[in-house]
Structure formats: C-alpha cells, structure tokens
Ligand binder design. Structure first.
Ligand code: BEZ
Length: 258
C-alpha cells in the first residue's frame, strides 16, 4: 500500500492490520496469477505490513518489499525480520534490470502520475520479466465517493478535483499506458468485488482510513457530519446481511518486458 500524494505518513499500520486485513487476503489469489518460482527475484511494490511478501518468501522467492509509508515498513520489519523491506516511492525507483517480476496489490491507484510508475517498474525488470498487478479500476468505490460528493454539494462546498486521491483507470486506458512504456500486455481484466468491511462502523472507518484527503480544509465537525450522512444514505445500498460492503471494482494486468 504505497501512500497517496500526501507528504506526511498518514498510514496507521496497526489499524490497517486489524481492520483492513482483507486487502492482503484478497491479494492471495493474485499470487496464483503471479505464479512465482522458487529462487526468483521479486519486488513487492506497495507491500503494506508485509503479509504477501511473507507468502512469497515462504514459497522460496527472494522478495524485497517496498512501501512509501514508513509506518507500514516499520511494522512489516517487526512482523517479518528475516525479509528485506524498504521505504521507497514507486515514482522514483532506483532498480535496473534486477527482478524476474514486479508484483503489486492494491497500491497503484494511489500512484500518480501512473506512467512514471510504469517507467520505473519497466526499468526494474529483467528482460522478459513480468509485471503483475491488481488495483482499483474504473468505477471503483463510486457509490461511496459519489455520495460524499453529493453531501459536499448539498452543503455548498466546492470539491477540488485534485483532492480526489485515486487513479482508477479502465483496462483500455491502463493497457495503452503499459504499451507506451514498452510492455506486451498479455492479460487485462476488470471485475466487481463487493468487499466486506469490518464492524458496525465499517464504512466510516473505511472513509477515515482511506478517503481522508477528500476532506482537506474542512473542520472535524463538518467531516463527521458528512460521514454520518453518507452512512445513513448508503445503509440501504451497502449494508447487507448485517454488515457493510465497499463497491470495489478491480483491474488485474500482466505485462511482459520486451
Ligand atoms: C482499493 O483497494 O480499491 C482501494 C483501497 C482504498 C482506497 C481506494 C481504493
């Protein structure tokens, strides 16, 4: 989980581990798509608190986990001291033809401009190396963000587009960027994944953990008022069978460095 464009480290690694562990759970079947082989060198880009890097390590992979968040990397090092983790920015990687694969789960929607990250990833790979990624695709969490924006409008608050923290491309858009950088795109998929959120305040916690930058410049009171409205208005849509869900839409891609 590389951080968004906010300069300070906003990630609370403990909250992330306790309430948002689904992020790495869903990443487990991305490892199947990666099909790692024993002895390969693999970069886990946006490793968060290290759970998927640990899985790769157990499969005999030489894995390096990187994340922009120092809090996340510190926690990853504590949990898995035998694995190499580093604080690094996906927009500024300093690897050259070193990895058999670059793997990234639930991170690249935070990274803008996306092409700059793709250039760094391409450079980091050996010839014929693969880039395997999953992140938020076009329409991701649109029900939640549309309702937040609806509340801004009702309160007469102008929303500045640059405060929208994410990049959610279609597979057409992202495959085109990958090709421009030099990848041969051999796989691209866009699918819905209604994602359960932990606890009675699942949607509130999600917005506070991930969507904080949308509220920049507002008082805590206004923010709380808006989130309460969002909770109330979305209860009929995203609260099902006693629990909250987020309307995730993912993309998955595989590109080969040619
Ligand atoms: C996602 O994994 O799709 C996601 C997570 C946090 C914020 C936005 C999207």
């Amino acid at each position: 989980m590389l951080n968004n464009n906010i300069d300070s480290d906003n990630w609370n690694a403990h909250l992330y581990d306790s309430k948002h562990s689904f992020v790495s759970k869903f990443g487990e079947d991305l490892i199947e798509l990666l099909a790692p082989k024993k002895g390969e060198y693999i970069l886990d880009l946006g490793c968060g608190t290290g759970d998927l890097a640990y899985k790769l390590n157990k499969l005999g992979v030489n894995v390096i986990g990187i994340d922009k968040s120092e809090n996340m990397v510190d926690q990853a090092k504590k949990k898995y001291p035998h694995i190499k983790f580093e604080v690094q920015d996906a927009l500024n990687l300093d690897y050259h033809c070193e990895f058999d694969a670059v793997f990234s789960n639930a991170t690249l929607h935070w990274v803008k401009p996306p092409k700059q990250a793709l250039i760094c990833i391409y450079k980091a790979l050996k010839q014929d190396g693969r880039f395997v990624a999953e992140f938020g695709g076009k329409g991701n969490v649109k029900i939640i963000t549309d309702e937040i924006l609806n509340q801004f409008e009702k309160l007469g608050i102008e929303f500045k587009a640059e405060l929208f923290p994410w990049y959610f491309p279609s597979i057409g858009e992202y495959s085109t960027l990958m090709e421009e950088v030099g990848f041969r795109v051999i796989f691209a998929q866009h699918f819905d994944r209604l994602t359960p959120l932990d606890g009675d305040h699942g949607i509130r916690n999600w917005i506070q953990m991930f969507g904080n930058s949308m509220f920049e410049g507002l008082t805590e009171e206004t923010k709380d008022f808006i989130i309460t409205k969002v909770e109330n208005n979305l209860k009929g849509v995203l609260f099902q069978n006693g629990g909250w869900f987020a309307d995730y839409k993912r993309i998955r891609v595989i590109g080969i460095k040619e």
